[in-house]
Write a protein that binds this ligand. Structure first.
Ligand SMILES: [Mg+2]
Length: 234
């Protein structure tokens, strides 16, 4: 084993904790959002994030436009439409609440410390804009652990397309059998990696049903570290 590949959002950094914290802050700050339950706002948030994020990755929408549109739709669903300038204010408020809440997934730091000490390289493959993800790594004090980070912005196409995996293998000077991919997205991380012959570990923190146990090793936590090292084979 020469290198470990990780996804970033909800694999190394706790994206769900960040957006949940930011939604709670939004509902307190903007009472119109209390017309719906927290769970309903969360559902809308995730739905619109998915739809609009795909357009950001495809280059058809800028990040500020996507953020404005996300909150336009959420306020509309609460029967409280907002003008554009107020949508920008909401987006800024949410982005700040999200940033403040950023933290690594539980158990990530001890694992990365171990991998570093064992002289294994660490690669990150993430479907997002590079600057956004570099800022996340810095905020969570993860930057120093990462040897190579490939963003879909740089690759021009998101996972599960093989491009980002090929780029990572090249830069880390690895063959597929020299590495393993750890990620929370079945479609992007597990399907993407295994298509190239890279073994996959699927992080399933929220009790989803495993689509195919023969394709990946499923786990729910990095804790305890010893069990994680055994799964990784390091
Ligand atoms: Mg992810």
């Amino acid at each position: 084993m020469k290198a470990i590949l990780f996804d970033l959002d909800d694999t190394l950094v706790d994206h769900q904790h960040c957006y949940r914290t930011s939604i709670a802050a939004l509902q307190t700050q903007y009472p119109a959002l209390q017309h719906k339950s927290f769970a309903d706002i969360e559902k809308l948030y995730v739905q619109w994030l998915d739809v609009l994020h795909a357009q950001v990755l495809a280059g058809t929408l800028s990040l500020p436009e996507a953020r404005r549109e996300r909150f336009r739709q959420i306020f509309l669903a609460c029967d409280a439409p907002l003008p554009d300038d107020q949508l920008d204010e909401v987006a800024q408020f949410q982005a700040e609440a999200y940033r403040t809440a950023q933290r690594p997934v539980d158990g990530v730091i001890p694992l990365l410390d171990y991998l570093r000490a064992a002289h294994l390289q660490i690669g990150v493959l993430t479907n997002h804009l590079l600057a956004e993800q570099v800022a996340k790594l810095k905020q969570c004090d993860l930057e120093a652990y990462v040897d190579v980070m490939i963003s879909s912005e740089e690759a021009g196409v998101p996972k599960p397309d093989p491009t980002m995996f090929h780029m990572a293998l090249n830069r880390l000077n690895c063959e597929p059998q020299d590495t393993v991919m750890v990620g929370d997205s079945w479609q992007s991380d597990v399907i993407g990696a295994t298509a190239l012959g890279i073994r996959a570990l699927w992080l399933n923190r929220y009790e989803h049903t495993c689509p195919d146990p023969t394709l990946a090793t499923e786990f729910e936590s990095y804790v305890p570290l010893e069990a994680m090292l055994e799964r990784l084979g390091v």
